[in-house]
Write a protein that binds this ligand. Structure first.
Ligand code: GLY
Ligand code: MN
Ligand code: MN
Length: 438
């Protein structure tokens, strides 16, 4: 179910329409990165570059030149090379990029220093990822210097350099139907992986046994990478927000917090579920869990057009804070006082969500002109309240210590509310216990 090629052309057109007249956008592919000695990390394309090209190889640059007579979308990429391809795999080559990906024009990357300055010349403004990568910044300046060296022959170097992100990241924030389809599939695969990890937990073992189960499910569906390192934290490890050691033995009576999602066609999913190793919640675990779940439902309810970005967070905070008061964890204060003093902070120290898309913490402004952004159809985000009661917090009753719970789903704003993309993973106490008893 690959993304239709016309989708990438439509994105380039949308960006072109937002660019100033007489401008050019230059977007580089991600570099390859060394893991150790001559072993590279698995290659992951730059999200901005991928969004505009659909091209998955390194050593490539997109030039988008609205109004250029010989073609507006130009790709520089590696040439085909049968001998090299025998070792390292297929290269699309400039001709292939035109034919398969619909670029108007394409050239070997080896010729970029000779060709690109001529394309920049005469354009007054250059959009590029300014300040993101030192080497690319200096490459852009070298191309400009080449033009400056020719001013006496009438060449016009550009005068304005603009961060591409402002324009491009606003486009990326609104997901198309095709993007939502891929993200929903990623959510479905990840939800299945969480179900399999829950079932596996009853056999005991270590946190990494559950991580293996997740990876197995992702891979089995062709999602060859996670969207971020999987968090599998049992017992008090569930209170460590970015715990990725995943080595501890699973103990009966403990909860496990799993925050894991696959990446599919470069789109992220991001799901958290918390469940008991034994398959049955203890009373204190259930009491805290029900509060987090109620907070998550309240936050999801608040994801709808017209509400602003902070609405779901405020809804979650209300429920979590009231819950902490009801449990006696927060004492001697009213809900308003507790919210005012942020008394919930030792137990809930992160936001209720973030944008989701090609990047797990996706691009897009959360505030516009100083005010929280208003939610609109097509925006995708996570909803992930939690409560984390530190094992060494002597201010709370012993029964609560070391309980860490988060519940996270992926949602997309629709015209009258939102659609949950990750609902295949159970989250009520009854549904989790039923699945694990199976
Ligand atoms: N897994 C990263 C997050 O939930 O934000
Ligand atoms: Mn997460
Ligand atoms: Mn998240």
């Amino acid at each position: 179910m690959p993304m239709p090629i016309k989708e990438f052309a439509a994105r380039r057109k949308a960006l072109s329409e937002l660019m100033a007249p007489d401008s050019i956008a230059i977007v580089p592919a991600a570099p390859e990165r060394v893991r150790n000695r001559d072993v590279l990390h698995p290659y992951r394309q730059d999200s901005d570059f991928y969004y505009l090209t659909g091209f998955e190889e390194p050593d490539a640059v997109l030039a988008l030149i609205p109004g250029r007579e010989h073609g507006e979308a130009v790709l520089f990429c590696k040439e085909r090379n049968p001998e090299k391809e025998l070792w390292d795999g297929f290269l699309m080559g400039p001709e292939g990029a035109i034919e398969k990906l619909g670029f108007d024009d394409a050239f070997p990357i080896a010729d970029i220093d000779d060709i690109l300055p001529g394309m920049i010349e005469g354009r007054s403004r250059v959009y590029y990822p300014l300040g993101k990568d030192k080497a690319f910044d200096s490459q852009v300046m070298d191309w400009v210097k080449t033009i400056r060296s020719k001013v006496r022959t009438g060449a016009h170097p550009p005068g304005e350099f603009v961060a591409l992100e402002h324009t491009l990241h606003d486009l990326r924030l609104y997901k198309s139907a095709a993007e939502i389809k891929v993200m929903a599939r990623a959510g479905q695969i990840s939800a299945e992986a969480h179900c399999n990890a829950m079932k596996r937990a009853r056999r005991g073992g270590h946190e990494y046994n559950l991580e293996a189960e997740l990876l197995h499910t992702f891979m089995s569906h062709g999602a060859r990478s996670t969207a971020y390192p999987s968090i599998v934290g049992s017992g008090a490890n569930g209170c460590i927000l970015h715990y990725i050691e995943n080595r501890a033995p699973l103990k009966d009576g403990d909860l496990v917090l799993i925050d894991a999602g696959c990446e599919l066609e470069n789109y992220a999913s991001d799901i958290t579920r918390t469940f008991p190793v034994s398959g049955r919640f203890t009373d204190p675990q259930r009491a805290v869990y029900e509060i987090v779940l109620a907070a998550q439902y309240a936050a999801i309810e608040a994801v709808k057009p017209g509400n602003h970005w902070n609405h779901p967070h405020e809804a979650a905070l209300n429920v979590l804070t009231q819950g902490l008061i009801d449990l006696g964890i927060l004492r001697n204060m009213t809900l308003d006082e507790a919210l005012e003093q942020e008394a919930y902070r030792p137990f809930f120290m992160h936001r209720t969500g973030h944008w989701l898309g090609l990047d797990v913490h996706d691009v897009g402004d959360y505030r516009v002109g100083g005010a929280w952004r208003v939610l609109e159809p097509g925006m995708a985000l996570t909803v992930e309240p939690g409560l984390y009661i530190a094992p060494d917090n002597l201010d709370v009753d012993e029964q609560w210590r070391g309980i860490g719970i988060r519940i996270e789903d992926d949602v997309v704003v629709t015209k009258d509310g939102c659609r949950v993309l990750s609902e295949g993973a159970p989250k009520t106490v009854a549904d989790i216990e039923a699945l694990m008893a199976d």
